[in-house]
Design a protein around this ligand. Structure first.
Ligand SMILES: CC(C)(COP(=O)(O)OP(=O)(O)OC[C@H]1O[C@@H](n2cnc3c(N)ncnc32)[C@H](O)[C@@H]1OP(=O)(O)O)[C@@H](O)C(=O)NCCC(=O)NCCS
Length: 166
């Protein structure tokens, strides 16, 4: 199974080892890492660990981290995926290259991931967690029909937790 997801404008395919350099460059951009890893710049080895974990998760459970690309372009436009949120369930995560912000791609990619989780994978709910100051990301979640249900402390300040049930 290739685990690819397709939307009107985007293709999502699982990350693989050959994406390592592009993924590292993307996730270490200051505007991208600011809210994604509490501002930390991941090392190449840490990114490699994320890719390996994703490969294991796809093989075992049909989810992980997807590379997001525009359907007619080879370059990485961003990422979207599912990862555990504490012991509560899976959270949807996403990031876009700053040059493609403002086109609706994050919402389109994250919607495909949430629908995959609630549909194909049969999960009862999908979660998300957003820094209170990350208004662009909160807007993505609201467009996806996710609802805030808790606020918890985080490295950069309060984090708002969202959920969407089947
Ligand atoms: C969070 C992040 C992905 C949001 O990106 P974004 O471009 O604002 O979100 P979308 O791709 O859904 O685009 C929505 C915008 O595109 C606009 N848009 C333009 N054309 C559109 C179209 N054809 N369809 C839908 N929306 C469109 C929308 O009106 C909206 O604009 P607005 O922000 O002025 O209201 C981006 O800021 C990012 O990568 N941040 C760093 C990583 C991060 O914080 N990730 C989340 C961690 S919780």
């Amino acid at each position: 199974m290739d685990h690819e997801l397709t939307t009107p404008r985007l293709n999502l395919r699982p990350v693989r080892a050959s994406d390592l350099a592009a993924l590292h460059a993307h996730w270490t951009l200051p505007d991208v890492r600011r809210f994604l890893f509490d501002g930390a710049a991941l090392s190449l080895a840490e990114v490699a660990d994320v890719v390996s974990a994703s490969e294991r998760d796809f093989a075992a459970a049909g989810h992980g981290l997807w590379i997001v690309r525009e359907r007619d372009r080879a370059a990485l436009a961003g990422t979207a995926g599912l990862r555990p949120l504490d012991d509560l369930g899976l959270e949807v995560v996403y990031s876009l290259a700053p040059e493609v912000w403002g086109r609706g791609y994050a919402t389109e990619a994250a919607r495909a991931v949430v629908e995959h989780a609630l549909g194909d994978l049969g999960l009862p709910e999908v979660l998300a967690e957003v820094d209170a100051g990350n208004t662009a990301s909160a807007a993505v979640l609201e467009r996806l029909g996710m609802t805030p249900f808790a606020t918890v402390p985080g490295e950069l300040g309060p984090l708002i937790r969202y959920r969407r049930t089947r």
